[in-house]
Design a binder for this molecule. Structure first.
Ligand code: NAD
Ligand code: UDP
Ligand code: UDP
Length: 311
């Protein structure tokens, strides 16, 4: 039985990952400081004999014994990561150093949850892994974007300098059950607004695009990446290439919820990327991975979840 550490394991993606790893017969140590995650996300896993939950901030050293590490700890929604931007950079950078130091001492494999944000506001479309990105180093998104870019640098230097076995996933916008209804991401905002009959908040004109991946597909991609051959480090894009404008997303959510909500237009936040779509040829070729849940089906499941927690 493998012992697996998941940092940020009480968050949206982390809780699904812990659940899946337990179901596959592993021993899972979930480490989280509950900054954006919650005990409620993993409450159903607590009785499991091979699940352990530890409150810890990854910016501090961590001494445990494991075989594999998934490093997901980091607030992911713009309002949350901008709330305490210095802590966001510390979490990405100091967190990466500590988890890489841990992996180095143990000879453990380590996977980094990186992000499509490393491409910034891209001039290359769709984004391939060899594109270096267009990121503002001093804007309000920089704490997250540059923190994640520096974490990737650290991963590749620990690999080159210390031969740590690394895997870097560039995750594109992912949605599904257990998103925090208050964390401000577009899918959760639109669904909660539609279910409550409140105006749907479109930032800017709503012509910016994103490509949305359902959570089960994403988790499948991360697990395949961890199991990939030793010489495959990534970075590899994991996301669903189906690309939609925010207006189209709002229309879908209104239709699928049967809501009478109207659209309301708000200011576009600074440095908001205009377009985003993953090229997933690499993931498909090396990991044999591609997403299987389309946006309508994923939204229906996500809407059902938000209805349940609302009632
Ligand atoms: P989330 O906010 O739900 O989860 C992040 C978790 O990390 C939370 O449980 C939070 O409490 C924990 N955390 C934050 N700072 C910590 C610290 N210093 N020490 C310990 N725990 C800490 O977000 P998510 O959507 O589940 O994202 C998980 C990871 O995937 C993040 O690293 C994020 O950057 C990355 N990612 C997510 C998406 C997406 O669309 N969901 C896209 C790209 C990348
Ligand atoms: N570290 C940790 N757990 C370990 C080993 C290391 O948290 O089991 C942390 C430790 O605090 C250190 C960091 O990881 O600062 C980087 O470790 P590394 O061995 O690369 O560097 P050094 O110890 O020389 O700073
Ligand atoms: N957005 C929006 N209304 C909202 C929340 C977000 O129009 O209530 C837009 C936001 O400006 C961005 C897109 O939706 O263009 C995706 O935002 P999210 O915060 O989910 O992710 P990210 O910008 O990090 O991709």
């Amino acid at each position: 039985m493998k012992k697996i550490l998941v940092t940020g394991g009480a968050g949206f993606l982390g809780s699904h990952l812990c659940e899946r790893l337990l179901n596959e017969g592993n021993d899972v140590l979930c480490v989280d400081n509950f900054y954006t995650g919650s005990k409620a996300n993993v409450a159903h896993l607590l009785p499991h004999p091979h699940f352990e939950l530890m409150r810890h901030d990854v910016t501090f050293p961590l001494y445990v014994e494991v075989d594999e590490i998934y490093n997901l700890a980091c607030p992911a929604s713009p309002p949350h990561y901008q709330n305490d931007p210095v802590q966001t950079t510390k979490t990405s950078v100091h967190g990466a150093i500590n988890m890489l130091g841990l992996a180095k001492r143990l000879g453990a494999k380590i996977l980094q949850a990186s992000t499509s944000e490393v491409y910034g506001d891209p001039e290359v479309h769709p984004q391939k892994e060899d594109y270096w990105g267009r990121v503002n180093p001093i804007g309000i998104r920089s704490c997250y974007d540059e923190g994640k870019r520096c974490a990737e640098t650290l991963f590749f230097d620990y690999w080159r300098q210390h031969q740590v076995e690394i895997k870097v996933a560039r995750i594109f916008n992912t949605y599904g059950p257990r998103m925090d209804p208050n964390d401000g991401r577009v899918v959760s905002n639109f669904i909660v607004q539609a279910l409550n009959g409140n105006p749907i908040t479109i930032y800017g004109e709503g012509s910016q695009t994103r490509s949305f991946c359902y959570v089960s597909d994403l988790i499948d991609g991360l697990i395949r990446l961890m199991a990939s051959p030793k010489d495959f480090t990534g970075p590899v894009n994991i996301g669903n290439p189906g690309e939609f404008t925010m207006l189209a997303l709002a229309e879908k959510v209104i239709k699928l919820t049967g809501s009478k909500s109207q659209l309301t237009f708000k200011t576009l936040p600074q440095d908001d990327p205009k377009q985003r779509q993953p090229d997933i040829e690499l993931a498909n070729r090396v990991l044999g991975w591609k997403p299987s849940v389309d946006l309508d089906d994923g939204l229906i499941k996500t809407i059902q979840y938000f209805k349940e927690i609302n009632s």
